[in-house]
Design a protein. Structure first.
Length: 879
């Protein structure tokens, strides 16, 4: 029998609907055509979600100090451990660190326990690293953390300004929606503001490659331009805002914005004029704006320009913060950040009293808690002695990551709720609690346009894994709070959350979903995606906010914020002359605990890399290894030379953990400086230096079974289709490569084929059993080694031909069918196949490539790269 379940994608803040169709034990995933976020579209990550559902590496049972225990023992140990610390050192000696991967229900219960019943506000979330500057900016300007517009505005706009937002890779379905909108509205102009030429520039009519960190100068300059050219909406400013004169005075500078931004003044004037004359303008911003030591100011510099033109919350116009995580917004609603209370309340006396009465809590936290970076510093200094981490991997994702490892080592009690048994953070847990994975969870999430959607369970609960809301509820009950934590289902938690949003809310807070406070379990189960607010008199939700010019400040006016011209805290110098910018790549998500399991996603970018402008790569060749170092740490990475990178800057992806790359965790290098308002770390501006790394040998191993490789300095593990791939390099050679190869696996009885040229430093080996390739290893003094894609394909064969055995030893493909690095993940179409088809068959449109090779015809995430390849191979032809 075929059944379909509608749920929501676990990855980015676009929040796409996914339909899971089950048929005789197999599940197929497709975009939910009815979901208003995506109308059936998915990107490469969403399309591959089925690859990540296996129980491989799953944590299935609770553990204390590595020993399996039952839930009663584990829950009692957590409750007792926290209570002992609280009794001895007070409530601020404990903390929770949560995640935008949690469902709203999980978040609500954890936040309530800490802020209402333990009596501390030391509960923060990895969303701090992602969008807390937008939260702070919204609160300063609007009085509340509200995204006024929605995705439809992107289709209705005549000008879209994308600031610090590589939408094509980080929010691909929004990129697809904009591309489709432009096909039906050729007037739509797109301006990309980004120091790097990213895949999103594929959409750009204008790319402003501003100097890193000069965003406030750009938008202060725009505010000034609007004033000087009489393009302000003066009646809107007078009727609906405060603080314009001060903001304008701050925006004025003797140094022209073009000089500050490093952009030609004629180009800047063109952008300013376009903004001034286009009523329907949306400015989209994400991590390039938020992840800064003055990210909040950047957000407000953008909002100032929208307020000055009266363009907020109107069809096709407004400032639009796009969040990174699937439920960053849900976390914001329940007060998952240390400086907010639940339901968009703050730490003022009236709100503390109101929430306390609603919860009937006697131990309400009275002051904000520690934000993420400060929280882990407090752990390292011994001020926090019990820490519970849920659904996140802070030893990989926080800046100065090695000090986070040291802090966890020192902390007397570390509890980790996790899906995977072997994350970098799980290694530091005293108590490990098995949580549910995406396909097993049941609850709600909120996307970037305030749309609440259901995540529904598709799979049975494995082992003894349980939902996060249940685990926290059980601990709360064991801490003596049974009455306040009676929950037996996620709908019960949701009803309370919805009721709190309407409690003593006279319209002062936009976040009001009280119309949903009485949903029956069946109604909750069937809940259709809808946008908050959903107050009692608006049960179908609200598409836009503030379009009438009235805000949720005390005087209902928006506030201009005066923005000083500031410089990043850490400027490059002679010792560390380059600026490190970290970010996402197309086919990986966060610290790869899920996407790292997918062979097709891993094929696109198998190794961590540092992208450099050729002028900065003195003595460094493309593809060689480099050491990248800051005052905080160092990594080894593969160099990629790209003239789309701004000279003086280096881009490195943020995804690799030690689980996947022994020396590739870039957050070990990132400075822990934070924004003074939001506490968000400066993830895009760390001074670094680079130098060639010259190992004695390079190599790789492909193996049918996972291996434990420890003798190489450089080691990257990549999931292939039916095999594991290990990229290696080392500073010392083993005494005998043949012995080394045979020691890689414990399995005996294999037939070994070896080739060794000691003088040239080359070694090749293949192990065969039952006519099938089990393992192959290639070592050389240079990184010029046989194509991995060809060798990987041999693992799928039932037998190895004689020519293939010879080719293995020769280190050359037996045929010319090496597809090259994968560009189209959905159909595994490689670079060599594509460039061959473009050059030899004259396929100079993405449509032609799609018709011939299927590339780009499913999720469309590779279309910018396909257009780039066509332009590279046949200049002037891409379409
Ligand atoms: Fe998931 Fe991709 Fe949609 Fe983001 S854009 S929610 S990753 S399918």
């Amino acid at each position: 029998m075929t059944t379909s379940i509608r749920t929501t994608c676990p990855y980015c803040g676009v929040g796409c609907g996914i339909t899971a169709t089950q048929d005789h034990g197999s599940i197929q995933f497709s975009g939910d055509k009815q979901h208003p976020a995506n109308f059936g579209r998915l990107c490469s990550k969403g399309a591959a979600v089925g690859d990540t559902l296996s129980l491989e590496n799953r944590l299935l049972y609770p553990q204390i100090q590595g020993r399996q225990v039952d839930w009663d023992q584990a829950l009692a140990a957590v409750a007792d451990g926290f209570q002992q610390v609280i009794a001895e050192y007070g409530p601020d000696a404990v903390a929770f660190y949560l995640s935008g991967q949690l469902l709203t229900e999980d978040y609500y219960v954890a936040n309530k326990l800490m802020k209402g019943f333990i009596g501390s506000a030391n509960v923060d979330t990895n969303s701090r690293l992602c969008m807390s500057s937008s939260v702070a900016g919204h609160k300063r300007a609007f009085g509340e953390d509200v995204v006024p517009g929605n995705y439809e505005d992107l289709e209705q706009a005549d000008l879209i300004v994308l600031v610090g937002s590589n939408l094509a890779w980080c929010h691909p379905v929004l990129y697809q929606r904009i591309r489709a909108a432009r096909e039906s509205n050729p007037q739509l102009q797109v301006v990309v503001v980004d120091p790097r030429r990213t895949a999103t520039c594929d959409l750009a009519d204008m790319h402003l490659a501003i100097k890193p960190g000069s965003d406030t100068a750009l938008f202060n300059g725009l505010l000034n331009y609007l004033h000087q050219h009489d393009q302000l909406d003066t009646s809107y400013i007078a009727a609906h805002t405060n603080g314009f004169d001060k903001a304008l005075a701050s925006a004025q500078s003797d140094i022209p914005p073009a000089a500050r931004c490093g952009v030609a003044s004629a180009v800047l004037e063109q952008f300013y004029a376009q903004f001034a004359k286009t009523e329907k303008t949306v400015t989209v911003y994400s991590q390039g704006v938020n992840q800064s030591s003055y990210g909040t100011d950047k957000v407000n510099a953008i909002i100032n320009c929208h307020l000055a033109t009266g363009r907020v919350g109107k069809l096709g116009s407004g400032p639009f913060s796009v969040t990174g995580q699937p439920n960053a917004m849900g976390g914001r609603e329940v007060g998952g950040l240390a400086n907010t209370l639940a339901a968009h309340r703050d730490f003022d006396a009236a709100d503390i009293d109101s929430v306390g009465r609603f919860w009937q809590a006697e131990r309400m936290a009275s002051t904000p808690g520690l934000k993420a970076v400060d929280l882990f510093q407090a752990v390292g200094e011994g001020r926090i002695k019990a820490l519970w981490i849920m659904a996140t991997n802070p030893v990989v994702s926080l800046p100065d990551a090695d000090s986070v490892r040291a802090a966890l080592k020192r902390c007397p009690l570390v509890v980790v709720s996790e899906v995977n048994a072997n994350t970098d953070t799980a290694a530091y847990a005293d108590i490990l609690l098995p949580a549910l994975a995406w396909g097993e969870k049941d609850g709600t999430v909120t996307n970037s346009e305030r749309r609440i959607s259901r995540q529904r369970a598709l799979l049975p609960l494995p082992g003894e894994a349980r939902s996060d809301w249940w685990i926290v509820t059980q601990v709360a009950q064991r801490m003596g709070f049974e009455q306040a934590f009676p929950y037996e289902s996620p709908d019960a938690v949701f009803r309370e959350h919805a009721a709190l949003s309407g409690f003593e809310n006279d319209g002062a807070r936009a976040f009001d979903i009280s119309s949903l406070a009485n949903l029956s379990p069946a109604e909750y189960d069937a809940l259709e995606p809808l946008q908050w607010p959903v107050p009692a008199n608006q049960p179908n939700g609200t598409t836009r906010l503030f379009g009438d010019g009235f805000y949720t400040t005390t005087d209902r006016r928006a506030r201009f914020i005066a923005i000083d011209q500031r410089q990043p805290v850490n400027a490059p110098d002679a010792e560390f002359p380059l600026i490190l910018n970290t970010g996402r790549i197309r086919d990986q998500w966060h610290t790869m605990t899920r996407t790292g399991k997918s062979a097709r996603l891993s094929a696109h970018t198998p190794e961590p890399y540092a992208e450099l402008h050729p002028v900065d790569a003195v003595g460094i060749d493309d593809g060689k290894l480099i050491k990248l170092k800051s005052r905080w740490g160092q990594v080894l990475l593969r160099a990629r030379l790209n003239d789309g990178q701004q000279p003086g800057s280096v881009f490195v992806p943020m995804h690799w953990s030690q689980e996947y790359a022994a020396t590739g965790c870039i957050d070990a290098v990132v400075n822990p400086v934070t924004d003074p308002f939001s506490g968000q770390p400066e993830s895009k501006h760390t001074p670094v230096c680079i130098m060639p790394y010259r190992p004695v040998w390079y190599g790789f191993v492909l193996s049918r079974e996972p291996l434990n490789l420890s003798n190489s300095t450089y080691r990257v593990s990549v999931r292939g289709d039916g095999y594991w791939r290990y990229e290696l390099a080392g500073e010392t050679q083993p005494a005998d490569w043949g012995d080394w190869a045979r020691s890689l696996s414990q399995v005996s009885g294999w037939q070994w084929l070896d080739y060794a040229d000691h003088a040239a430093g080359r070694y090749r080996a293949a192990a065969i059993a039952q006519e099938r390739l089990q393992l192959c290893a290639f070592i050389a003094p240079q990184p010029l080694l046989p194509p991995r894609e060809w060798l990987g394909g041999l693992f799928g064969q039932a037998t190895l031909e004689e020519t293939e055995r010879l080719a293995l030893l020769a280190g050359r493909a037996a045929t010319q069918n090496d597809a090259g690095p994968i560009v189209c993940s959905c159909f595994q179409v490689g670079l060599n196949t594509l460039t061959g088809a473009i050059r030899e068959q004259g396929l100079v449109t993405t449509k032609a490539l799609g018709e011939t090779l299927r590339a780009g015809t499913n999720c469309g995430s590779c279309l910018p790269e396909l257009r780039g390849l066509i332009a590279q191979c046949q200049p002037g032809q891409a379409a």
